[in-house]
Write a protein that binds this ligand. Structure first.
Ligand SMILES: NC(=O)c1ccc[n+]([C@@H]2O[C@H](COP(=O)([O-])OP(=O)(O)OC[C@H]3O[C@@H](n4cnc5c(N)ncnc54)[C@H](OP(=O)(O)O)[C@@H]3O)[C@@H](O)[C@H]2O)c1
Length: 349
């Protein structure tokens, strides 16, 4: 019988859903929340113990009695804390890389530890131009931003920890719940795309919006409910140390088809004017333009990934999840639930 889960990043998009899913599956959760952060409603309840701490600090800054409680009860650690839009390299390093080392060190002090699940990201592939496999990490790729580089380095630290019973999950671009559409607009790139299309809906439909990505560009979507369910199932699945699982739509849609659907649903002009990525990036980062794009919540940081192939193998994940019948649903089966939920939040539905 499994003991309790210790979860970092519990107040975030992924963490909140993991808490909900773990508790509904009968698990007790110790949830790490930063001292200055609000405790979200999902992280309150009988089976949840909130611990205040910070992954940037050795021992995660936990009080001695909190560490004793973890040592007595925890069998599984899920490390999901990270900064996704770091202001610079040093912020990315201290939270994502050193924070991961601190989480590993703490996990190694837990006598009942059975599994350390590291929540990584497909961004570890950087700008690798072809299909990227789950067992790969270093293939000479370069990194488009500090986040991607830091997630790569964090994964390397997990793999290097020989005594750690680790598994690594690499979600794609996480979107809202595939049934209810419930999402976190600050953490989901797709929500930012919906918002951008929403802001231009009053422009005449014939205006061609610039499309700074190739027609074959894929959108590596994965809904939050699948990420949570799969992560918890993979924590329990038998696997050699450092087995890596890519959590992604096995047949990811093309970004152009996604944007066309979105614009048609919202009555916005389509993104159909092909423009080269280089100039598009230069314009997006020009003074004045970057701020304007941020205001309409255009996912400017995602422009960094538009010349990456974003083609990921997910055999390990599919094989390991099949016995538990956990499958990533196809994007176009639930995209309207995401848009409906957005419209409801915007007070339109
Ligand atoms: N969102 C995506 O599309 C996506 C895709 C692939 C992988 N991931 C990975 O999934 C994980 C969770 O991301 P998310 O989408 O849930 O992001 P998020 O909503 O921004 O949540 C990040 C979490 O990390 C916590 N955190 C940040 N700095 C911390 C620190 N110094 N000490 C302790 N906790 C700290 C945040 O706490 P506060 O509430 O205090 O800020 C928050 O709970 C990350 O590892 C991310 O790389 C996300």
């Amino acid at each position: 019988m499994s003991g309790a889960i210790f979860l970092t990043g519990a107040s975030g998009f992924v963490g909140r859903r993991l808490v909900r899913e773990a508790v509904s599956g009968g698990r007790s959760v110790f949830a790490l929340v930063r001292p200055s952060s609000r405790i979200p409603a999902e992280v309150e309840g009988e089976e949840i113990t909130v611990l205040r701490g910070d992954v940037c600090r050795p021992g995660l800054g936990l009080a001695a009695h909190d560490l004793e409680a973890l040592q007595a009860r925890v069998t599984d650690v899920i490390h999901a804390a990270a900064v996704r839009e770091p202001r610079d390299d040093s912020a990315a390093r201290s939270v994502n890389v050193d924070g991961t080392s601190h989480a590993i060190d703490l996990a190694l002090r837990l006598p009942r530890l059975r599994r350390f699940v590291h929540v990584s990201s497909i961004s570890v592939a950087g700008t690798y131009p072809g299909r990227f496999y789950e067992d790969w990490l270093d293939v000479g790729q370069s990194f488009p931003n500090a986040y991607s580089k830091s997630k790569h380095e964090a994964e390397a630290r997990v793999r290097a920890a020989q005594d750690l019973p680790s598994v690594i999950v690499r979600p794609g671009s996480i979107v809202g719940d595939s049934t209810t559409g419930e999402s976190d607009p600050s953490a989901s790139t797709f929500d930012k795309l919906i918002h951008a299309a929403w802001r231009i809906r009053r422009l005449p439909r014939f205006v061609p919006m610039p499309r700074p990505f190739p027609p074959k560009q894929l959108f590596p979507a994965v809904p939050i409910d699948h990420v949570a369910r799969a992560t918890l199932a993979l924590a329990l699945a038998p696997a050699p140390r450092a087995t890596t699982y890519c959590l992604i739509d096995p047949a990811p849609p093309r970004l152009e088809a996604v944007m066309t659907h979105l614009c048609d649903r919202l009555g916005a002009p389509r993104f159909r004017l092909s423009v080269p990525l280089g100039p598009a990036r230069a314009i997006a980062s020009a003074p004045g333009v970057a701020g304007m794009l941020e205001r309409v919540r255009f996912p400017v940081s995602s422009l960094a990934y538009l010349d990456c192939t974003l083609d990921f193998d997910d055999h390990n994940a599919r094989n390991a999840l099949a016995p538990a019948d956990v499958r990533c649903p196809p994007f176009f089966g639930y995209v309207d639930a995401l848009i409906d939920a957005f419209l409801e939040r915007a007070g339109v539905a």
